[in-house]
Design a protein around this ligand. Structure first.
Ligand code: SF4
Length: 436
């Protein structure tokens, strides 16, 4: 049983995500908001824009305690350490940062970037996430990566010496990859001493060079049966090595999970700062809003300079929309989603009959065996009972998680679970929002 960092009250979690939009080269499989500027960029200008957008978010959300900070991209290890330090100092001026808060930066393992690790550490970063992607030079070339396996190993060594914690990413289910080839490569990865690994299957994203090659039959990825075999092997090997999956693609020694990513999956709030960043903010009046910013870096900076922020979207989320998002995030986790927490927050939960149906189809699993009986749940809060008439709330909702094929059809699971919900009366002294 994985000992995840204690599940804090997600309502109180607040993280900051900083998106750095530039990369040295665009990888042919990538659909992230990343841009190449061969002439460089005006880093002081971007720094000022980050600080200004942070000010605007502070004015929106007021006082919060920062639980985690994440520099993602793009390639944030192209930032000067002084830029990272200035952003971290500014965040600490705006909000109290929890002692020991996880502060992660993504990095590519090129030697120039690895040389900056010490500077990031001095700036306050305590965790690095390295985009290794493959431990075979020919495969790195096919993925369009600029680094070699030797550089990746060197970067990992530097990370081990420099940071409290490090993790690296690999992509598998690559064209032509056999089970045996992945077994050998994953064994090598597991021997490299990381307490956390992100292992993603190669997916063909629309509007990428890989999508074009795929459409022309020039890039063939493993079929779904082979992909499932590779996935099962990945689960078995990581679990045997003491790094079981805690999310569909993420594996960690218990206690070494990414706290920032857990914040997303447990449906906490976070500021999304920078070009093309998404955020979920909880305002002082309790409303949760979705934010998105201008994707083009220079246009984003210009908008921040004139308006104080680069938002292109600020949408108030209804309780139904929030519940859907909470399900979509939480079902990814091995710890599952606590439907009691959902009921407390929204006053409703997925119908017991639908949960039982999906359980019968082996798409979800009910985890708390003491409360798995759908008939019991149904008897307590059955369909047709209004919130006012529903049984006064006592914990009785199950914790559920996606299993088997269910892990690959999360959108469909959420659609089914949110089609049929049942009211649950909440205790008088909760602050949960009742659906109207
Ligand atoms: S380095 Fe990362 S963000 Fe940049 S293009 Fe490659 S995959 Fe995308």
């Amino acid at each position: 049983m994985s000992a995840l960092p204690e599940r804090p009250d997600a309502d109180k979690l607040f993280g900051v995500y900083i998106h750095w939009p530039f990369c040295a080269q665009k990888c042919p499989y990538c659909d992230f908001n990343s841009h190449v500027r061969f002439g460089g960029w005006d880093e002081p200008r971007f720094l000022n824009a980050y600080l200004r957008e942070l000010d605007t978010v502070k004015a929106r959300v007021g006082n919060q305690e920062v639980y985690s900070i994440f520099f993602g991209g793009g390639t944030p290890s192209l930032m000067q350490p002084a830029t990272v330090a200035a952003i971290l100092d500014h965040i600490a001026k705006l909000w109290p940062v929890q002692p020991g808060a996880e502060i992660t930066i993504e990095a590519n393992p090129n030697s120039v970037e690895a040389d900056r690790f010490a500077g990031y550490r001095t700036a306050g970063v305590n965790r690095v996430s390295i985009g290794v992607q493959a431990l075979r030079d020919d495969e790195l070339k096919r993925l369009g990566r600029l680094h070699s396996v030797t550089e990746a190993r060197t970067a990992i060594d530097i990370a081990r010496r420099t940071f409290d914690r490090f993790t690296f990413d690999l992509i598998y289910a690559r064209p032509g990859q056999t089970i045996n080839a992945w077994r050998t490569e994953l064994a090598e990865a597991l021997s490299m001493g990381s307490e956390h690994l992100s292992l993603y299957q190669l997916t063909i994203e629309p509007d990428t060079p890989f999508a074009e090659l795929h459409a022309r039959g020039k890039l063939i990825i493993p079929d779904s049966d082979r992909a499932l075999e590779l996935y099962a092997l990945t689960q078995d090997m990581t679990a045997a090595a003491g790094l079981p999956a805690y999310e569909i693609s993420n594996h960690a020694r218990p206690g070494q999970e990414s706290r920032h990513n857990l914040l997303y999956w447990r449906y906490g709030a976070y500021a999304g700062i920078g070009p093309g960043a998404h955020g979920r903010l909880v305002l002082p009046d309790g409303n949760r809003i979705a934010t998105a910013t201008e994707r083009n870096p220079e246009r984003w900076a210009e908008q921040v300079e004139t308006a104080g922020h680069g938002f292109t979207e600020e949408t108030k989320l209804s309780p139904d929309e929030q519940a859907d998002e909470m399900l979509l995030m939480g079902l990814r986790l091995t710890e599952g989603i606590d439907l009691d927490a959902m009921a407390r927050r929204f006053g409703f939960a997925p119908a017991a009959a639908e949960i039982a149906h999906l359980q019968k189809m082996s798409l979800i699993e009910i985890m708390n065996a003491e409360r798995p009986d759908p008939d019991h749940i149904r008897a307590c809060v059955g369909p047709g009972i209004s919130p006012a008439a529903a049984t006064p709330y006592t914990p009785r909702q199950p914790t559920i998680r996606a299993v088997g094929q269910g892990r690959f059809v999360l959108n469909e699971l959420v659609r089914r679970l949110s089609l049929k919900t049942e009211p649950v009366a909440v205790p008088i002294n909760t602050t949960a929002t009742l659906r109207t």
